[in-house]
Design a protein around this ligand. Structure first.
Ligand code: ADP
Length: 294
């Protein structure tokens, strides 16, 4: 079940070089409720891959199964795929266009064929899900704050009740508080609605804080797929691909080099808080040792 890509290759028609593929034999699968990050240098194929996942692009070769069904089979509904695997582009609020918040959010379900009442009900449910107060139903989207506009745009996607949400740099342009709220909301949606989340991001601190699993693309290939602790332990390989590790991992290695930690910790710290905890424990233990020796 879930999403499963098998050996997906894709070549853009106007890509010039005949041997250049935007995707080369990419295989991976993910399930509902998973929180996966997709990282890679610009041009590595992330956007081409996400467009395959929701059916905007069809591969040059390869297979794709959605809940066990062959997406490129004769009877498969692409419309259903686009609804089930939603794509949230960067700055989605630029696409708000209706006069009121409610109408904007209800647009998706109405477009799917639901009547006005049912569409508005779905829109209200989505507003609740993203924490928009009902008083805003009649507000004009352009009059809202940046963070609120983004919530409206997200509610417009959630009103179509997707199983998977693919987000391309979803916190770009938000301030610290707006960013934290949005990531909190995504985590809530994953937990409560079992939404599968695929986060495309260049911010390794965000990736390490929120995702569980990380996919790494390089030159059209999927070169790593594993738990975030495993992926970020391969700092040298990531750097060769022009990618960073989270600050916490970088500082941890610096401290290891200076022999601050006497032993390797079980797992790499994925956040500043986790690193602070490791440092405090080490400090506590070393003081304890000194005390015993004396
Ligand atoms: P990313 O999202 O990781 O930045 P893309 O999927 O956009 O990577 O691009 C992968 C490769 O495909 C790059 O070499 C890029 O130049 C090429 N590419 C992307 N879009 C097009 C297009 N519309 N036409 C031709 N080549 C493209």
């Amino acid at each position: 079940m879930g999403l499963a890509l098998k050996n997906i290759s894709y070549q853009y028609k106007d890509q010039g070089n005949e041997n250049k593929y935007a995707l080369q034999k990419v295989s991976f699968s993910m399930e509902k409720g998973e929180y996966v990050a997709l990282i890679g240098h610009t041009g590595s194929g992330k956007s081409t891959l996400t467009q395959h996942l929701n059916g905007l692009l069809r591969p040059t070769s390869g297979q794709y199964f959605f809940d066990g069904e062959d997406v490129y089979g004769e009877h498969f509904s692409m419309k259903m795929l686009r609804q089930k695997v939603a794509l949230c582009f960067q700055y989605p609020e630029y696409q708000l266009f209706e006069e009121t918040v409610l109408r904007d959010i209800a647009f998706g379900p109405a477009n799917m064929g639901y009547g006005k009442e049912e569409s508005e009900k779905k829109a209200r449910d989505a507003m609740k899900l993203v924490g928009l107060s009902p008083e805003l139903e009649r507000a004009a989207p352009f009059a809202l704050s940046g963070g609120q506009k983004r919530r409206v745009a997200l509610a417009g996607i959630l009103s179509m009740e997707p199983d998977y949400l693919i987000l391309d740099e979803p916190v770009a342009g938000l301030d610290g508080a707006g960013k934290e709220q949005l990531f909190g909301l995504l985590e809530h949606l994953r937990r409560e609605n079992n939404l599968g989340i695929l986060l495309v991001s260049h911010d390794m601190d965000d990736v390490a804080s929120y995702a569980d699993r990380v996919l790494v693309m390089s030159e059209g290939r999927l070169v790593m797929d594993g738990k975030k602790e495993e992926v970020f332990s391969r700092e040298e390989m990531l750097r060769e691909m022009g990618l960073d590790v989270p600050h916490s991992v970088h500082f941890y290695h610096k401290l290891r080099e200076r022999e601050y930690f006497r032993e390797n910790k079980d797992g790499l710290p994925m956040t500043a808080e986790a690193l602070a905890q490791d440092i405090a424990e080490e400090w506590h233990d070393s003081r304890h040792d000194v005390g015993t020796i004396l």
